[in-house]
Ligand binder design. Structure first.
Ligand SMILES: [Zn+2]
Ligand SMILES: [Zn+2]
Length: 323
């Protein structure tokens, strides 16, 4: 008992990765249940570190009360990769950490040092190796940088081969490049299962087409790089020449400034509509996609101060009132 308390105390000052939404769900459920089962208890609710289960970077946690006998069920505090396979599903963060690791010169020891330095439990080297074997075969991380590097390499090769026009290799056609890269991998016996791309990337379409053409037998799953979504969206709006021309403003500089602000505002509006919708529908992407399709009509009207559609289809505009 004493050692359990000691363990609790030292673990209390350590850190964990938790999914923000699942953590909120856990504590709301725990507080409600504790109150219901022990209405007069004013004990302190905390994680029961004795019962913690760790898988790489993620964990399952039970809550306990320091005054009464209350123990919650165990809560997963991480999101899982959706698969049809039976058994425990992989944690998204374990898969994506593995993918990120494959793109850095850092080894397992280095990674463990950083994690431990953050006072977090580090995944074991053997665990990382086991996971790498399973995961890396399934991951092809395609982003524009990779494509760019590949194009550069090819241009360099063509230059060495003294081709007349070394750069004339479909530059800019990301779809073709992704398809060729993926076909290369297939000939090495590797099929892309998870793709992380920019939202405006056509690389995923290439992977999907290969699957539909029966070149690959694994249906690819698309992870959107939402972290960069707002910025990419903003840049796309800013670079829209037609929009630049219709912006009111006397000088070109005035119009540019206005377009800049508009791009930021619209990108942020779209991002918050999406975030709020995901929140409201508990991450049910199909539902969100359906609802957002109406929001798309509400936003332009909203900019003209007509909030009729906002009323039923916007997740952030309260119709005329500032949000
Ligand atoms: Zn209690
Ligand atoms: Zn509105």
């Amino acid at each position: 008992m004493k050692s359990a308390r000691k363990n609790q105390r030292s673990e209390d000052s350590s850190n964990r990765t938790v999914n923000v939404r699942l953590n909120a769900i856990k504590w709301n459920s725990v507080f409600g249940e504790h109150q219901r089962l022990h209405p007069n208890c004013n004990g302190f609710l905390q994680w029961n570190m004795e019962r913690e289960e760790k898988f790489g970077f993620v964990n399952r946690e039970e809550a306990m009360c320091d005054k009464c006998t209350y123990r919650s069920k165990k809560f997963k505090l991480y999101e899982e990769v959706q698969t049809k396979n039976p058994g425990r599903k992989a944690a998204k963060i374990n898969v994506s950490a593995q993918a990120a690791l494959s793109q850095t010169p850092l080894g397992y020891t280095g990674l463990r040092k950083i994690v431990l330095g953050c006072n977090m439990p580090a995944p074991s080297t053997s665990g990382l190796q086991k996971r790498a074997y399973k995961v890396l075969l399934e991951i092809v991380n395609i982003n524009k940088k990779d494509m760019k590097a590949r194009r550069k390499q090819l241009i360099a090769i063509n230059t060495l081969r003294e081709r007349k026009d070394p750069g004339s290799v479909n530059i800019g056609d990301e779809y073709t490049w992704a398809k060729e890269a993926l076909q290369d991998l297939v000939s090495d016996g590797i099929e892309a299962k998870h793709l992380t791309t920019d939202p405006d990337s056509s690389a995923y379409r290439a992977a999907d087409d290969l699957y539909l053409e029966n070149t690959t037998s694994t249906e690819p799953e698309h992870f959107l790089d939402t972290r960069h979504f707002l910025n990419n969206h903003r840049k796309n709006i800013k670079n829209n020449k037609e929009l630049g021309e219709i912006m009111p403003g006397r000088t070109k500089k005035d119009r540019e400034k206005l377009l800049n602000n508009f791009a930021l505002d619209l990108a942020e509006r779209c991002q918050s509509e999406f975030t709020q919708a995901m929140e409201k529908y508990g991450g049910d992407f199909l539902k969100v996609k359906n609802k957002i399709s109406f929001t798309v009509d509400a936003i332009p009207a909203c900019y003209t101060a007509n909030h009729e559609l906002c009323h039923s289809h916007s997740f952030v505009c309260k119709g005329g009132k500032k949000f």
